[in-house]
Write a protein that binds this ligand. Structure first.
Ligand code: BGC
Length: 420
């Protein structure tokens, strides 16, 4: 009887595989792709995906929502899902993937994952992000590092500045630049950009253990600690290093200021490198990539595409094709060279990657071995939804007011507690 049941299961599985193959064989793969990659470098990267998809017979329906960091896209996604019309593939990440999976909105990519051997080519860290209940529900595209300073070497040379190793050295350089009439920091005043700076300062002044205690464990003592006060003190200094037109500025326009020498530095993830590269600039010559001051550590961000449940055979075939292409070795190289990131897939050839990407690879390895690898809060890896929102609100309010560091840490602890 047991054998019979087993045979039956096998037969049913076989029949459904054959049926699926028959349906998808006639399907015209298509995918509506919701993303927020609209800057120069980002657009080149997403174009590479579109071209690969089309070259493999797919019909790409582009659905871009401008707005760095993805906050504008998140609202569009929610309303599309609520109205029962989700896009086939959506650029989301971190715990946000699990939150969507928990609502039952995401499809199952396990069959593609098994056929393509994803378990063997994806680092466990990324597998944890894109699997829910042991099943693949999304595909990672890349690994971005957040804790970078992008600097214009000619501008730094005007004040004889060496790369800063501590935040005090950073402040000394910035003060010299100010005295020379140069804007030290190119910045866009949007909550996610404020939080991007904030988390690099938190890692630098507190270290990885402090970072995780505060933002992952949400430990009230750590959130209100003297170290956190120092982080806000440094943020107050940063406020003095930006130009008067910073409010609302898009991140890529801030990158443009560094490129043109209108400001010395920008603190931003390595999607900023995509902008330099798209403009034909060379690392080490036209711009420098310096990790933000810290004693080791690496703030990780990783983009993924989640596949939402869709019913047509064409859409299902499109999702499968897209998922398969995204983790292909060649595509991982092409895409990440444009995007400024490093491959999500292990074992991709590194010879075409520049010195910034190689530094990212080395530091990623070292920090994961030393336990100093942390997930980004601003970019939704260590925290998503309400907790990330609480951090962004307090950081931005502090940045744009005369709130003291003492008041800021109280607000931070309170906002995080309320968000839980
Ligand atoms: C994303 C990047 C994107 C950047 C600016 C980050 O959160 O991970 O892919 O380029 O935001 O929009």
């Amino acid at each position: 009887m047991k054998i019979l049941t087993h045979k039956l299961t096998v037969t049913t599985a076989l029949v459904s595989t054959l049926m699926f193959a028959a349906v998808t064989a006639h399907a015209q793969p298509q995918a509506e792709v919701l993303h927020y990659w609209t800057s120069g470098g980002e657009a080149k990267a997403v174009q590479a995906l579109k071209e690969d998809f089309e070259a493999n017979g797919g019909k790409w329906i582009d659905a871009p929502v401008a707005g760095g960091g993805g906050d504008a896209q998140a609202a569009v996604l929610r309303s599309r899902v609520l109205s029962g019309n989700p896009p086939a593939a959506v650029q989301i990440k971190g715990p946000n993937i699990h939150e969507w999976a928990a609502t039952g909105a995401l499809g199952d990519l396990n069959a593609v994952g098994a056929a393509e051997g994803w378990d063997n080519v994806l680092p466990p860290l990324l597998q944890d992000i894109v699997k829910y209940d042991g099943k693949y529900v999304a595909v990672p595209v890349n690994i971005h590092r957040v804790d970078w300073i992008w600097a214009n070497p000619e501008v730094l040379a005007k004040v004889d500045a060496e790369p800063p190793r501590t935040w005090d050295e950073f402040n000394a350089i910035a003060d010299k630049l100010l005295a020379a009439g140069i804007t030290p920091l190119a910045h866009g005043g949007q909550p996610w950009q404020d939080a991007t700076i904030f988390e690099t300062v938190a890692l630098g002044l507190g270290g990885a253990e402090f970072f995780n205690k505060a933002f992952v464990e949400k430990d009230p003592e750590t959130l209100k600690s003297d170290t956190m006060k120092k982080v806000f003190d440094q943020m107050r200094k940063m406020r003095g290093y930006v130009d008067a037109d910073f409010p609302g500025r898009d991140w890529n326009l801030a990158t443009g200021m560094v490129m043109r020498g209108e400001a010395a530095m920008q603190i931003m993830g390595d999607w900023a490198k995509g902008e330099f590269v798209a403009a034909g600039k060379k690392p080490g010559v036209d711009f420098l990539c310096l990790s933000t001051p810290s004693n080791g550590g690496y703030i990780l961000n990783s983009d993924s595409f989640a596949m939402f449940k869709v019913t047509s055979a064409d859409d299902n075939a499109g999702q499968e094709l897209l998922a398969r292409l995204i983790l292909g070795e060649k595509f991982q190289e092409t895409f990440n060279l444009y995007k400024g990131s490093i491959p999500a897939r292990m074992g991709v050839a590194t010879d075409k990657f520049d010195e910034c990407a190689v530094k990212s690879m080395i530091d990623l390895q070292a920090s994961s071995e030393s336990g100093e690898l942390v997930g980004s809060v601003a970019h939704e890896i260590a925290a998503a939804g309400a907790i990330r929102g609480a951090v962004l609100d307090v950081v931005t309010e502090h940045f744009n007011s005369d709130m003291t560091s003492e008041a800021a840490v109280e607000r931070l602890a309170e906002a995080i507690e309320l968000a839980e």
